[in-house]
Design a protein around this ligand. Structure first.
Ligand SMILES: Nc1ncnc2c1ncn2[C@@H]1O[C@H](COP(=O)(O)OP(=O)(O)OP(=O)(O)O)[C@@H](O)[C@H]1O
Length: 265
């Protein structure tokens, strides 16, 4: 369970580029809930995920994970609790290391004295079995450098890596935005499966209204650092893309948005 109370984040305070990116965000996410997060450019979506991961420390308000106040905890201290997959697959993995080495590092995340590279036969078999579940044949490429994989393969491995240290929270920051539509669909299906199998509490940022409604249990919209829409259950089930686009447009001062694709790129 994640409990966020009134967090504020300001970048560049006192400079000409001062930006009040989060302006009192409140959100309680029960364990195992899958929340999709939408909002226009600069709405504060990535900042919000950064605040949950510890990359950004909120200047006021509080963040608790399973009842523990983590507001002042930096990223390494939260690493065993929170896993993150980024839009750029290069960000979450080390391209110069092999797939197997990346998996070992991911499994050691959050441990003080991680024996990241100590790969016993049992661990090797475990990694091979886990990666075989992706159905991409990567179990035969464990010694290939991560940098040799395609974008879709890397995102699939990154999702798997996010589960290896046992974190119960998964943050997805437009993790399919750089992929072609077919590959994005595959990675989204895999995301849904991994979230369900591991009962992960998940936040997924997307620019696609369709994805926002098709995946997960709840959708929140951020606008200028505030949550302006929070729908779940029957209310969400009754929403379609045009309706969501109209709500989105209203927040942008009535600017008309013709279709979903305009928001993707
Ligand atoms: N490290 C930073 N330093 C200064 N300003 C920042 C920083 N990170 C974000 N901002 C600013 O804070 C605001 C919110 O940015 P954020 O990246 O959270 O938006 P977003 O909703 O994720 O947008 P996008 O969809 O374009 O990725 C923007 O105006 C952005 O320029």
């Amino acid at each position: 369970m994640i409990t966020v109370n009134g967090i504020h984040v300001t970048f560049g305070r006192g400079t000409p580029l001062e930006k009040h990116a989060l302006r009192g965000v409140d959100l309680t996410i029960p364990e195992g809930q899958f929340v999709t997060v939408i909002g226009s450019n600069g709405a504060g979506k990535s900042t919000f995920l950064g605040a949950l991961a510890g990359d950004v420390i909120a200047e006021s308000g509080s963040i608790a994970i399973d009842g523990t106040d983590v507001t002042r905890w930096a990223t390494p201290k939260r690493a065993s609790l929170v896993a993150r997959v980024f839009q750029d697959p290069m960000v979450g993995s080390c391209t110069a290391l092999t797939i197997e080495e990346n998996m070992a590092l991911a499994a050691a995340r959050g441990r003080k004295r991680g024996l990241g590279f100590a790969l016993s036969g049992d661990r090797r078999r475990h990694f091979r079995d886990r990666i075989a579940e992706l159905g991409l044949g990567l179990e035969n490429r464990l010694h290939d450098r991560m940098g040799l994989l395609s974008g879709g393969q890397r995102q699939a491995v990154s999702l798997l890596m996010a589960t290896l240290a046992g974190s119960k929270i998964l943050l997805l920051d437009e993790h399919t935005a750089a992929l072609d539509p077919g590959t994005a669909e595959f990675v989204l299906g895999l995301t849904r499966r991994i979230v369900q199998e591991n009962r992960l509490t998940t936040l997924m940022v997307t620019h696609s209204m369709r994805q926002a409604l098709d995946y997960g249990d709840r959708t929140v919209m951020l606008h200028e650092g505030r949550i302006v829409l929070d729908v779940s259950g029957e209310q969400r089930a009754g929403l379609d893309v045009p309706h969501l686009l109209a709500l989105f447009a209203r927040q942008r001062g009535g600017e008309e948005i013709a279709d979903d694709s305009l928001l993707i790129g």
